[in-house]
Design a protein around this ligand. Structure first.
Ligand SMILES: [Fe+2]
Length: 232
């Protein structure tokens, strides 16, 4: 199963997931580029869906549905879906509330389409207000194989690496990651995220010291997660 990234509206990403000719579109805002890639490669759009319902992620849905025979999988359907069958491949649907209540990630092949739940270098903002649920979702994602490629909903890499550097000035992995950054193909591995993403460091001793210096609560894992989320 393959994934192809398309940039639109400056920093948004749409994704096309395909196995043989069968194709699923996730957050398909880059309508023209998606349709020309589909035509050039003789692909068939079978499904169209979203990582969540923020308008910058759903704005391509209507045009794609008009221009293809793709079936729309809405959020109500995603809640009930364990995986989406794409040709002979399974794309797993993970309900990951936190950024919004209706946030989903998609895991297949060696990749995760993580929407605004997990960016390259930070977790998404907690618009749902449910920090506890968000931590649970993030911990679920952290259990995926470390070789998993993380394809996020936006490119905020340079900005977020600036934030990460402020919190972890002696973390040499941040510059290494920035050197690899390519705006034409933006992704990280879960192993990268473990090294550079402050939001995944709620059990990291160095991060705990930083939080203590900032006089932020560190007693429980949840305290530390919430403290980190308050400074990134
Ligand atoms: Fe969002």
């Amino acid at each position: 199963m393959e994934i192809k990234q398309f940039r639109y509206s400056t920093d948004n990403f749409a994704y096309l997931v395909y196995q043989n000719k069968s194709t699923l579109i996730i957050d398909g805002g880059a309508v023209d580029s998606i349709l020309s890639f589909v035509n050039q490669n003789d692909l068939v759009i079978e499904f169209i869906t979203n990582t969540h319902t923020h308008p910058d992620h759903t704005l391509g849905n209507t045009s794609l549905l008009k221009s293809s025979k793709g079936v729309f999988i809405d959020m109500d359907e995603l809640y009930k879906t364990e995986f989406i069958q794409i040709a002979d491949g399974k794309l797993h649907v993970l309900h990951t509330p936190g950024h919004t209540k209706d946030s989903f990630c998609f895991y297949g092949g060696n990749f995760l389409a993580s929407g605004d739940t997990l960016f390259n270098g930070k977790a998404g903002r907690c618009f749902s207000g449910d920090f506890r649920g968000f931590l649970k979702s993030i911990k679920t994602l952290m259990e995926l194989p470390v070789t998993t490629n993380i394809y996020a909903g936006h490119d905020y890499v340079e900005e977020y690496m600036g934030v990460a550097k402020q919190l972890m000035p002696d973390n040499g992995e941040i510059d290494k990651f920035l050197k690899k950054y390519n705006p034409n193909h933006v992704y990280s591995t879960l192993a990268d995220e473990m090294k550079i993403n402050p939001c995944l460091k709620f059990n990291d001793n160095k991060m705990i010291s930083v939080l203590k210096e900032l006089n932020l609560p560190v007693k429980t894992e949840y305290d530390r997660w919430k403290s980190i989320m308050s400074v990134v």
